[in-house]
Design a protein around this ligand. Structure first.
Ligand SMILES: Cc1ncc(C[n+]2csc(CCOP(=O)(O)OP(=O)(O)O)c2C)c(N)n1
Ligand SMILES: [Mg+2]
Length: 368
């Protein structure tokens, strides 16, 4: 038994799988040279995706700084390192029509779905200008107008809601697709299996995206899942399932489009296991990652960085020069600073608001 896990062989096997899926064994420049940009109607779209990815990365890096300054309270979990997954899947959706629901790594989705970034930042900072009026915080960003249904903290607990969204769409005869993201840890939750059963039974147009970032808090996949082949979770329910790469944006775009189109047309559920990796700790307060993973492992995964990969494609295929990419990064950094300053000027909710929008008819007690 190794120091980090009961099954070194399983880890090595997964590394092989991940390498093959993403072509990592060939090196990012070689992959970039052969990147399938022809799948895009307009290769210049890659510039937009690059801007999105840089913006999300800078936005969350700022969140990390703000958390350390005490400007953000409670729990906060970033999506840093996993951005290609949300960007690629979001691109396959119909804006302001399809539905998305996720757990608590929920900053990128509303940003991608068109929510006001100031309102996203203000929510994370617990301010009244936030999307949930500052009462949800980082884990409960929500923007119903855009079709973003949160932002949930109970592991696996939102998966039946994802099924419910798809049920509602089908019941109303609307051809909306629901993306229900969940983590590898959440894939063990009992309620997820019940949801799969009903989704299959009622042919619900929902895609369960299991983001296998290899950890549930400080617990490695082999320690928490009896079967680490998470894509097989759909098999007992006859749900079409597959394992996909989550780090290479071009690959994600292609897979996501194919599957979203299938689900919209066929009106059936789908399940994917997406291989990605979280670069940061579990949450902003997790600062001893070496308790459960080695520095060498982190270094190897930083080389799979979706942002580095996308930059390699833009450079190798002569879409953007290094200078232009640097300018875009600087622009995003300044934009994030402005967003942060504006959000910071928003007040905290009034104390009496704590009793609003909750299931109670209690009157606030004087002195509390
Ligand atoms: C039902 C429940 N049990 C335990 C927790 C504590 N908890 C919070 S996050 C987490 C790990 C979940 O890991 P995963 O689903 O892989 O998501 P990731 O954080 O990797 O995105 C746990 C156990 C919780 N929030 N809810
Ligand atoms: Mg995980």
């Amino acid at each position: 038994m190794s120091e980090l896990g009961p099954d070194e062989a399983a880890r090595q096997k997964r590394k092989q799988i991940v390498w093959q899926l993403s072509g990592d064994h060939r090196g990012i420049n070689a992959v970039a040279k052969q990147a399938n940009i022809e799948q895009l109607e307009n290769p210049r779209d890659l510039e937009k995706f690059f801007r999105d990815m840089v913006f999300i990365r800078k936005f969350e890096e700022k969140c990390n700084v703000a958390y350390r300054l005490g400007k953000i309270g409670g729990y906060m979990h970033t999506y840093i390192g996993m951005e290609a997954t949300a960007i690629g899947w979001n691109a396959a959706l119909r804006p302001n029509w399809d539905y998305v629901i996720t757990a608590y790594r929920d900053h990128p989705q509303p940003l991608l779905m068109g929510s006001d970034p100031i309102a996203v930042m203000a929510e994370i900072m617990g301010r009244s200008g936030g999307l949930s009026r500052g009462k949800g915080g980082s884990m409960h960003v929500y923007d119903i107008e855009r079709g973003f249904f949160g932002g949930w903290g109970i592991v696996g607990g939102h998966t039946p809601l994802g099924g419910g969204l798809a049920f509602a769409a089908k019941y109303r005869k609307e051809d909306r697709v629901t993306l229900c993201y969940l983590g590898d840890g959440a894939a063990n939750a009992g309620v997820f299996f019940e949801t799969l059963n009903m989704a299959a039974l009622w042919d619900l147009p929902v895609i369960f995206i299991i983001e296998n970032n290899e950890f549930a808090m400080g617990t490695r996949l082999e320690y928490h899942a009896a079967d680490t082949e998470l894509w097989k979770r759909g098999a007992p329910f006859n749900i079409k399932s597959e394992r996909l790469d989550g780090m290479d944006l071009l690959t994600v775009l292609q897979d996501a489009k194919r599957i979203v189109d299938y689900v919209r047309t066929e009106q059936k559920p789908y399940l994917v296991e997406v291989m990605n990796y979280r670069f940061s700790g579990h949450g902003a307060a997790d600062n001893d990652r070496q308790l459960y993973r080695t520095k060498e492992e982190e270094e190897a995964n930083y080389k799979r960085d979706p942002l580095l990969r996308l930059k390699a494609v833009l450079r190798e295929r002569n879409i953007l020069s290094d200078e232009t990419m640097e300018a875009i990064e600087e622009e995003a950094e300044n934009r994030v600073e402005d967003i942060y300053e504006t959000a910071d000027a928003s007040p905290f909710p009034e104390p009496h608001e704590v009793y609003m929008n909750v299931y109670t008819d209690m009157e606030p007690e004087v002195g509390h």
